[in-house]
Design a binder for this molecule. Structure first.
Ligand code: AMP
Length: 114
């Protein structure tokens, strides 16, 4: 997708603090962190929302989740805990229409979310 900001990050056309990459997944630091640790995990393939996921792409969500857990261990906050969030469309608070998993940690996160 030409105009998608996360596709541009995946293609290295705009900078990001990338902390993990493989053939299918990219993880980078959120530009406007909502917690001391705020990392976004995306599939390199453009998928606009969770509503657009098809069965053949379900492994990507599994890879994103497993990668988040690995990063939590590597960065030292797995035992203390963290939150994984995927927002969908207007009521979910989605602002970038390329699916992404938020990995949030480093403070006691409130529940329920606002
Ligand atoms: P959401 O509101 O769930 O769609 O989350 C989008 C997230 O992307 C927000 O937390 C933004 O701060 C983050 N974001 C937007 N642009 C960039 C960027 N260029 N680099 C890193 N994070 C970004």
């Amino acid at each position: 997708m030409q105009d998608c900001i996360f596709c541009k990050i995946a293609r290295k056309e705009i900078p990001a603090q990338i902390i993990f990459e493989d053939e299918q997944i990219l993880a980078f630091r959120d530009i406007d962190p909502k917690a001391p640790q705020h990392i976004l995990l995306i599939p390199k393939e453009h998928i606009a929302t969770i509503n657009d996921l098809v069965t053949e792409q379900s492994h990507l969500v599994g890879r994103m989740t497993l990668t988040a857990a690995q990063l939590a261990k590597q960065l030292g906050f797995a035992n203390q805990g963290y939150r994984l969030v995927m927002n969908c469309n207007e009521h979910g608070g989605q602002t970038v229409f390329h699916i992404h998993l938020h990995l949030l940690a480093g403070r006691h996160l409130l529940w329920p979310p606002g």
